[in-house]
Design a protein around this ligand. Structure first.
Ligand SMILES: [Fe+2]
Length: 240
């Protein structure tokens, strides 16, 4: 199964697809790349909106998208709703944050601020499990690597249930690839996504992009690699 784990595919809900037509075009590109499952992860800011209202808003956008696809006679990959939850200091005070987990899973995608890593960020990452009984998934973790000390990274790796999401562009970065290899070898759940926001600019990953990623993963992880993965760990690989 090929999964795009991080997308801004839903129309008119964040800085991703600005209308239904763009969403449908993005989905057509994903179909060409044989994506079977798309996780919709619109940006969520706890200071702006309660999870219940956000969930209603994105569910409505998903319904509009499904209706438009049906009207056009367009087939499309299955879409699961989630969110890209921005990590702010008071996030753990948010009621019903677990509503924003992906589909029926206990996976909560968390986006760290673009600043040096701070202790309060660690408190939020490690606190979501205790408070909401969910597993934290650090969104595009490759962006964090340059802003975090070895000591803090070690602490993060020790958070129970911690998971990592990498953008497909991480495979263009030597340091990111070394980290992908490390966490996969150590058995952490790893997810890959395009983080697409539109069609041409920050668009979905194309066929050759997936082929390159697959080639690198197979080379680095060995020929028995696919057999050792569950569906959540093989978000890029298309397992027959
Ligand atoms: Fe994103």
């Amino acid at each position: 199964m090929r999964i795009d784990f991080h997308t801004h595919i839903l129309p008119n809900v964040d800085d991703g697809a600005q209308n239904v037509d763009t969403s449908l075009r993005m989905l057509r590109e994903m179909e060409k790349s044989q994506v079977d499952l798309v996780i919709a992860t619109p940006h969520y800011f706890s200071l702006d909106e309660k999870p219940v209202a956000f969930k209603q808003r994105i569910s409505e956008a998903a319904r509009i998208l499904q209706d438009a696809a049906a009207q056009n006679g367009q087939t499309m990959p299955r879409i699961l709703l989630g969110a890209e939850v921005y990590v702010e200091r008071n996030l753990l005070l948010t009621e019903d944050l677990d509503l924003l987990c992906i589909g029926d899973t206990d996976l909560l995608l968390l986006e760290l601020p673009v600043s040096e890593f701070r202790e309060w960020m660690y408190t939020v990452l490690s606190g979501v499990t205790a408070i909401y009984n969910v597993r934290p998934v650090i969104a595009h973790v490759e962006r964090v690597l340059s802003r975090i000390s070895k000591k803090d990274l070690k602490k993060i790796l020790e958070i129970p249930g911690i998971c990592f999401q990498f953008n497909h562009t991480a495979f263009n970065d030597r340091k990111a690839k070394a980290f992908i290899k490390k966490v996969m070898k150590e058995g952490y759940p790893v997810f890959f996504g395009s983080d697409c926001h539109g069609v041409s600019d920050r668009g979905p990953t194309d066929v050759s992009g997936y082929a390159q990623i697959r080639q690198w993963l197979t080379k680095k992880m060995g020929k028995d690699f696919p057999e050792r993965l569950s569906w959540v760990q093989c978000c890029e690989l298309k397992i027959e």
